[in-house]
Design a protein around this ligand. Structure first.
Ligand code: NAP
Length: 224
């Protein structure tokens, strides 16, 4: 499969790109608003893998160019820009492809506590993004609770679950499958897109726990 990380130059994009490139044979592409930045990040990820003895090609370029022909498109961009980002690549999205949103809206108060902050018109960023998805292209929510820096550290075992939500059963199964191909990650079907608000709400809980407790960083979830 061809997996494109839109905004794959950032934290979660880097982590997912490295893990998929390291653990699977899927074609990994890094998109950026600035094509050269996408190319540079792709080269950086190739170098990281080659330093570990793995010869791997990672393609990089502009978001639009990297979307053409992609089977899976991960919107690894800040939540507030997600709809504009979808619009900027819509005419490059093939029918039959799947969009994944890991985005979580967060707000921090003056005391440093984090809260869920979905767009005003929606209960969750995932549903907000799904409304902007082109007709016939399912949007699935996944990876909301994964700590990006743990993903990027290929020496660190993951041992996390990711909760996957969506209304298209077939697309959700494909996302579950490609998530399970990452070593140490288990994808769990967590219901419909309408359940995404609850899942996005876990992220500020994890961040607040991290801030309040020494030696509790890079937290995630495991369903037992
Ligand atoms: N960080 C985490 O641990 C984590 C965990 C789970 C979920 N998430 C979610 O994943 C998404 C990305 O998080 P992140 O931490 O990777 O973010 P980030 O590093 O701040 O940004 C990711 C990329 O988004 C692009 N970007 C920045 N501003 C943009 C804009 N105005 N329009 C379009 N693209 C823009 C940039 O790529 P270019 O400049 O190359 O275009 C940037 O490298 C967020 O929605 C977040 O809620 C993050």
């Amino acid at each position: 499969m061809i997996i494109t990380l839109i905004g794959g130059t950032g934290d979660i994009g880097e982590g997912l790109a490295l893990r998929w490139a390291h653990d699977t044979a899927h074609e990994i592409r890094i998109g950026s608003r600035d094509p050269q930045k996408g190319i540079d990040s792709a080269k950086k990820y190739e170098l990281e893998l080659s330093n570990r003895g793995q010869k791997r090609t990672v393609l990089g370029g502009g978001n639009h160019e990297m979307t053409i022909g992609a089977d899976i498109i991960v919107l690894s961009v800040p939540p507030y820009y997600i709809v504009d980002t979808i619009k900027s690549i819509t005419d490059a999205i093939s029918p039959g492809s799947i969009i994944i949103s890991p985005a979580v809206g967060l707000k921090r108060d003056d005391d440093g506590n984090f809260y869920s902050s979905p767009p005003p018109s929606s209960r969750s960023v995932t549903e907000y993004a799904a409304n902007a998805s082109p007709d016939g292209v399912p949007l699935i929510g996944a990876f909301h609770t994964l700590p990006a820096h743990r993903l990027s550290d290929l020496d660190a075992p993951l041992n996390f679950d990711t909760l996957v939500v969506g209304d298209d059963a077939e697309a959700k199964q494909i996302v579950i499958q490609i998530s399970n191909e990452i070593n140490g990650l288990r994808a769990v079907d967590a219901g419909a897109l309408a359940n995404s608000a609850e899942i996005e709400g876990i992220t500020p809980v994890l961040i607040n726990i991290s801030k309040s407790n020494k030696d509790m960083d890079e937290l995630g979830v495991e369903i037992k």
